[in-house]
Write a protein that binds this ligand. Structure first.
Ligand code: BT5
Length: 328
């Protein structure tokens, strides 16, 4: 687990905000209330963590590059994150970030904590499926939230994470990201990310919700499992070069925080409309499989609860609560 001191955060924020990139040692020492020797020591510490910091006698210090490694400091530096990312935990290998976040939830952890892992040995998909989670290439994270909502409203949060993740991927990669109901992100018709939300609830009130997000960032073709349910891809495969995991992760924290603030203030409606704008399946014929049954029809939309609406070939309206969608 990696954690950084508040001091380092402050130093990083000052370096990030330095005018023209430069900030003098004297200024850093004044603003941090520590000696110049102590500033130097902290700079050295950051360099060891992978930050590239230039030093020049006449100008001071300048941050050239952040480490590609996912550390709490690198993920949150300079970001204003009122809820999501208040605490960030970065793990090397773990079983499943959803399991880790759920354990924290059961232990009374405050909302906003995000658990990242470099790899997962038991990454979870829906309905007992597995999520292929090799090291050093993708993003696997779980966000713990405690919204004051009823358990039957919790599926709305899947839409929230899909909208936030789609925005983050689009902002960084500029790729045309779309959503596939209920929990996938696609690029050019191939799955690039999946979401798995889990919750604990008592009667009418949600205790905690874990929003699990897996994003294929730099995964290579040969790393995908052979028996994929749906064609899959990674951002790098689509862009044609490696994409920064850190840039995506930082953007994702910011977008999740933004979307959650909107959800708490205005409810599901704005999230649903934002999601619908990313959903290219309206009016298309699809097949939906789930729990041993397969139905097909033309998509007409998504209702206020997040259920998928279809009209079958006899004109009958169908309301689908869960399943796997495949275009026909
Ligand atoms: C999902 O399930 O798409 C939910 C994936 C959620 C993963 C995240 S990672 C962080 C957090 N911690 C966890 O333990 N989980 C969450 P589903 O729609 O059921 O899709 C699973 C199916 O997608 C599998 O059965 C495979 O066919 C396929 N698949 C597995 N790994 C994949 C990958 N990396 N990319 C694309 N498809 C994959």
């Amino acid at each position: 687990m990696t954690t950084s001191t508040t001091r380092e955060f402050n130093l990083l924020n000052l370096l990030r905000n330095g005018s023209g990139g430069w900030i003098s040692g004297a200024e850093l020492s004044r603003q941090l209330g520590i000696s110049r020797a102590a500033v130097w020591k902290q700079i050295e510490q950051l360099r060891q963590e992978g930050f590239r910091i230039e030093a020049q006698k006449s100008k001071g210090y300048r941050l050239l590059a952040m480490p590609e490694e996912l550390t709490e400091a690198a993920l949150t530096m300079g970001q204003v994150l009122p809820i999501v990312g208040r605490r960030v935990i970065t793990l090397g290998k773990t079983d499943s970030t959803n399991l880790q976040a759920a354990t924290l939830g059961a232990e009374g952890e405050a909302e906003g904590t995000v658990v990242f892992a470099d790899s997962q040995s038991a990454g979870k998909g829906r309905r007992g499926r597995t999520w292929c989670s090799p090291p050093g290439t993708n993003l696997y994270l779980s966000l713990l939230l405690r919204p004051a909502i009823a358990p039957w409203d919790a599926p709305q949060l899947t839409f929230l994470s899909a909208v936030a993740a789609a925005r983050a991927l689009r902002n960084v990669s500029r790729l045309p990201i779309t959503v596939k109901w209920p929990n996938d992100l696609l690029v050019n018709g191939r799955k690039v990310a999946g979401m798995l939300n889990e919750m604990q609830a008592e009667s009418e009130q949600v205790g905690w919700v874990v929003l699990g997000i897996g994003i294929n960032v730099n995964m290579r073709r040969e790393q995908f499992p052979e028996d994929l349910r749906y064609p899959a891809t990674s951002l790098a495969l689509e862009v044609g070069e490696d994409v920064s995991r850190l840039a995506i992760a930082r953007e994702l924290l910011a977008e999740l925080d933004r979307a959650y603030a909107v959800y708490l203030r205005d409810g599901f409606a704005p999230i649903r409309s934002a999601w619908l704008e990313l959903f290219p399946f309206v009016d298309r014929l699809v097949e939906i499989s789930g729990a041993g049954e397969t139905v097909s029809g033309r998509v007409t939309g998504v209702d206020g609860d997040g259920a998928l609406l279809l009209v079958d070939d006899r004109g009958k309206e169908l309301r689908i609560l869960s399943g796997d969608v495949r275009p026909l």
